[in-house]
Design a protein around this ligand. Structure first.
Ligand code: FE2
Length: 213
């Protein structure tokens, strides 16, 4: 039985126009995200087979595939909910997301500084990758990570709460080679309510990740 399944999109394919056109959303969710779900399930099956047969010749490739596909599944599952047609602007206390706004200001100095760092991290990925805002439990701070593929160049234990997909499949049909324009446009669809919810959830499970309570 499959362990992972493709989550439904929380909106129609056209929800994020004009920032992202419906054709991209459909392909991205129904084909690319679906492939990561299948890849994660297939890899778990192959690992089970390796255990049964006690054949470990492919262990390195299988563990890498598990990290790649599972991370792809997780990041895309966050990505869809991080966006809304009613999004954009910046998190404000008046909108009930004051804790997140304060954490961004404390961790990055200002919203403008944070926005510049995440924009740069996402727009300058070499090859395929992501720009990620994550909650780091040891310091209790927010950090920006520049993720290679889906799983590389990340610190252990940090929880992603806002993710910008910088893979070409996320924008090429509409923005061609103008990755910077796509990342700039993404800010207009950020769902700050969703990011704030993830921030609170990440904080509340921080102790699970720490060695001492
Ligand atoms: Fe993607």
């Amino acid at each position: 039985m499959a362990v992972y399944s493709l989550p439904e999109l929380p909106y129609d394919y056209s929800e994020l126009e004009p920032v992202i056109n419906p054709q991209i959303i459909e392909l991205h969710h129904d084909k690319h995200h679906a492939a990561y779900v299948k890849g994660a399930n297939d890899t778990l099956e192959q690992l089970a087979e390796a255990r049964d047969k006690e054949q470990w010749g492919s262990i390195n490739g299988l563990e890498k595939n598990l990290a790649f596909h599972l991370s792809g599944h997780i990041l895309h599952s966050i990505y869809w909910h991080n966006m809304t047609g009613d999004g954009g602007g910046e998190p404000l206390a008046a909108d009930g997301v004051g804790d997140l706004a304060d954490a961004i200001a404390e961790s990055f100095g200002s919203f403008a500084g944070f926005k510049a760092q995440l924009t740069k991290a996402a727009a300058t990925t070499q090859g395929s990758g992501w720009g990620v805002l994550a909650y780091e439990p040891l310091s209790g701070r927010l950090i920006v990570e520049q993720v290679y593929d889906h799983q590389g160049n990340v610190g252990q234990g940090a929880t992603p709460i806002l993710v910008f997909d910088a893979w070409e499949h996320a924008f090429y049909l509409q923005y061609k080679n103008q990755k910077v324009d796509f990342i700039d446009a993404m800010w207009a669809v950020v769902n700050w309510q969703d990011v704030a919810k993830r921030y609170e959830a990440a904080k509340s499970r921080a102790n699970v990740l720490l060695l001492a309570p």
